[in-house]
Structures are given as C-alpha cells and as structure tokens.
Design a protein around this ligand. Structure first.
Ligand code: NAP
Length: 284
C-alpha cells in the first residue's frame, strides 16, 4: 500500500483564499503579535505570521520587547492591547525568555482576542465541548482529516503527546468528533501496542522519525505534527517509510505546518466576529 499524502499546502491555500474574502467583507481586521527576546526561530515564525496575515488583508502590528523586559511590563503591554479597540486578535509568541512566567503572560490575554486558544476560558470550553478559540495546529489536523474524508466518528484515535498546545487540544477535538481517544506520552508503556490499534494516529512529540512502519496499523490515517531540524532539512515525528503501511499520511514539510498558519488567520477572523457581536462569545 502507498498512502495518500494529505496535502496541507493546497488546503491551506484554499483556506487563506476564504479568509481573504471574509476579511475584506468584515474590513479592518487586526492581529497583534507580542515577541519578547531574540529567539531566532521565533523571529522567523513571527515574520511568517505577519506576511501570511497581510497577504489575506489582515492588518498586523508587530510589538517587540527586549529579553531584559520585566515580566510586569510584558503583562502591562498585553493588558494595554486587550483594551485597544483596534485590535481583534492577539498572540504572545512562545517561548518567552527563561525565567518569565509563560502561564501568567498568556493568561493575561483577553480570551476573546486569544487567537492561540491558550487561555483557560478557551481551553475550558474546548474541554466542555463548546469550543471558542481552538489552538490552530490541532484545528488544522482536524481540517486535513475532514478534507480527505477520514471517518473520525467511532474510529480508534491515538495521540502521541500531551502538550497544552497540540496533544491535549487534539485529543479533545477527536473526542468531540466521537473518536475513541487514547493519549500517549513519555511515560506510556509499550507505545507501539497503542499505536498499532489506531485508525487515526497523531504524532506530536518532537522526536524525529519516532513512529516507524511496524507501529502503524495498515490503512491508518497518520498525522505528523512534528517539526525536527536535521542537517538535511526538516524531519517529522513519523518515518516517511510509513507511507508503505498507512492509508493517509501528512508529509513533512507540506502537511500540518501550512495548516497552522491558515487556521491562525481563520481564528483572527473569528475574534473579529466575536468582538463585533457577529458571533456569540460564551466565555465571559
Ligand atoms: P512538547 O511540549 O515538547 O510535548 C511533547 C510531548 O511528547 C510530551 O507530551 C511528551 O511526554 C511526549 N513525548 C516525548 N517523548 C516521547 C516518547 N519517546 N514517547 C511518547 N511520547 C513522548 O512539544 P509540542 O509543543 O507539543 O510539539 C510537538 C512537536 O510538534 C514538535 O516537533 C514541534 O516542533 C511540533 N509542532 C509543530 C507545529 C506545526 O505547525 N506543524 C506546531 C506546534 C508544534 P511528557 O508529557 O510525558 O513529557
């Protein structure tokens, strides 16, 4: 068997086209990003987010503070942006400099503007099955499964990874879509015994090629969230040889990665609708 590759680049392009049309209808949608410090990868990610947003007609503001900025100043800045009526969506780029309390800073973002979906109001609503803002990567994985007609209801789904950013929201979305979900992590005994049962396998670990063909059920849909830098380029968490066993597989690059930015843009539109009373935000 050779897996059908789930092309995130193509689907993301379509979503960006939809966002562009809707952003122009809404008018004046604005995303602000807060970057603290000089982590080189974060600078690249922020630049990409701005370029993608501007391309679809979303205005952006790029606020940067030095790594030496006191935590209180970062929180004060976030609160100022919460109160700024010209801002629809806001994200604080992670990681924050060592020693800064990421929980305090990310939880300071107004839940209505929290396009990353990290605030407890948004995480809690996802848990309760009444999602508002949902973390973009997990949302992107669900959109890819839907695009390729992968049946989620009743499927055995296994998520490797339990981070707040990817693993947990992924598990919640799969559960909400009626999959039977197992969440594996670094303390899981006999990982392969779990993964081999999966009709849908999501790897969000950060270990290059951790998932090998012998760990995959023939015909399964495998979603590879991992981005690991190697000398010869990017590697996912899934060995590309899995294509010989799986029914569907997201490539790295070109799978989940482009979807994350596309769904971040869609979240920004959603924030604008919440703020303009076009959609009910039930979190307050
Ligand atoms: P993270 O916070 O480091 O979480 C990794 C998870 O993997 C943890 O839950 C950890 O378990 C688990 N884990 C580690 N080693 C394991 C092993 N040997 N067996 C089973 N589970 C293991 O990472 P993250 O932020 O979720 O990101 C995961 C990967 O996705 C990274 O490669 C990241 O770069 C990538 N990513 C990609 C996108 C995208 O747009 N494509 C977006 C976000 C992240 P414990 O909880 O027990 O420590």
């Amino acid at each position: 068997m050779t897996a059908t590759l789930m092309n995130g680049t193509a689907l993301a392009e379509r979503i960006r086209g939809e966002v562009a049309r809707e952003a122009s209808e809404l008018g004046g949608v604005c995303l602000v990003t807060v970057l603290v410090g000089d982590d080189p990868a974060s600078h690249i990610y922020i630049d990409r987010k701005h370029a993608a947003a501007n391309e679809v007609g979303i205005e952006t503001r790029d606020v940067r503070l030095p790594a030496s900025a006191p935590e209180d100043d970062v929180v004060a800045l976030v609160e100022e942006l919460n109160a700024d009526d010209s801002v629809d969506g806001m994200l604080v780029q992670l990681p924050l400099p060592t020693g800064m309390d990421e929980v305090r800073v990310t939880h300071a973002v107004d839940p209505v503007k929290d396009v990353d979906g990290f605030h407890p109001v948004n995480a809690g609503n996802l848990y309760l099955g009444t999602p508002l803002h949902v973390p973009a990567t997990a949302w992107g994985c669900m959109e890819l499964l839907a695009e390729y007609g992968v049946e989620v209801g009743g499927a055995d789904a296994v998520v490797i990874g339990r981070s707040e950013i990817v693993g947990k929201p992924m598990a919640m979305l799969l559960l909400a879509a009626n999959a039977t979900v197992s969440v594996c992590h670094s303390r899981t005994k006999d990982l392969a015994a779990h993964t081999r049962r999966a009709d849908i396998l999501v790897a969000a670990v950060g270990r290059p090629w951790l998932v090998t063909p012998d760990m995959v059920k023939p015909g399964a849909a495998v979603v590879d969230v991992g981005i690991n830098r190697a000398e010869d380029g990017l590697r996912g968490d899934v060995d590309p040889a899995v294509t010989e066993v799986a029914g569907y597989l997201t490539p790295v690059p070109g799978g989940v990665g482009p979807m994350t930015i596309a769904l971040l843009l869609r979240s920004t539109l959603q924030a604008a609708r919440y703020r303009r009373g076009l959609l009910a935000f039930r979190g307050n």
